[in-house]
Design a protein around this ligand. Sequence first.
Ligand code: NAD
Ligand code: LMR
Length: 340
Amino acid sequence: RPSLMRSASQLLRRRRSYSSASGQPERKVAILGAAGGIGQPLSLLMKLNPLVSSLSLYDIAGTPGVAADVSHINSPALVKGFMGEDQLGEALEGSDIVIIPAGVPRKPGMTRDDLFNINAGIVKNLCTAIAKYCPNALVNMISNPVNSTVPIAAEIFKKAGTYDEKRLFGVTTLDVVRAKTFYAGKANVHVTDVNVPVVGGHAGITILPLFSQATPSTNALSDEDIKSLTKRTQDGGTEVVEAKAGKGSATLSMAYAGAVFANACLKGLNGVPDIVECTFVQSTVTELPFFASKVKLGKNGVEEVLGLGELSDFEKEGLENLKGELKASIEKGIKFANEN
Ligand code: NAD
Ligand code: LMR
């Protein structure tokens, strides 16, 4: 019995272990799809994050090289590569955050929904493993179509009995990153000072930037300017897909956005107050079961889903117009998870 008690207290100590160098809690981050276009630069950025103590890089191919390469960087995170399904459990075990950029990207002429047939199955398998090996991790879903892959993940976790709506996030940070950049350019304000909430979902008209709430506010923008900024934000992904001309979609800006969002999740877990990011979560902000809006992040993931605030007439119209498509994409994900 004393030895049992000793091992239990050792376990507790290990669970609450703090890195002696930084005084930060030990945090393990796993990236699934780590050898891909997003996965590689995201692995680099997470290796540079001082809040990460262990970085687990998983893919079906290519991870030994990526892991060896990134591991030589002289930052604290301990990097390990895992390849193939039989190493997935080890990759996931003990993770605080799992970031998922696994799956195929768009080519010109495709919608994000055209990726559903391939990516839905990939996400389903990965989430089944998450439920088994790290059911308490925060899941950052990047794989498209996000409007469907997040509901798929929720259903898979529900089936496994591990679903916690506070721990599942669709990553829509790239929409915010774009809205900030485009707004700063048009309003002629310094980009690092800019904030713009983006709500709704992550595809075409479901992406609804709220420029009426942008800060610093400006009177310099006409209704036409706001319309064209909105359209450019909604079509930002397509702009990159077309410029890459068949070689995939946004990878570098997405890796940046994914790293920003994961860093916010880490800070929330570590108890840093007032961490707010826009993200696609289970929601009662509208009648739709999932919706992106500002979310306060805390020690258990979602601390509070914040409301939309005051909308302009143009934004109110955009909100009504997006609901049909977003509802259909959510329902498609739920149906897939329950039929396959
Ligand atoms: P990519 O093809 O360059 O990389 C995808 C990686 O996933 C590959 O390395 C592949 O081996 C891996 N993979 C495939 N099946 C896997 C599995 N079962 N388990 C683990 N890994 C697996 O694609 P990319 O450009 O990195 O894009 C990845 C996804 O992210 C796409 O679905 C894309 O549409 C999406 N995306 C989302 C956003 C967003 O804002 N949420 C932005 C950009 C891209
Ligand atoms: C993006 O917004 O860049 C991503 O969703 C990728 C895409 O297909 O546009």
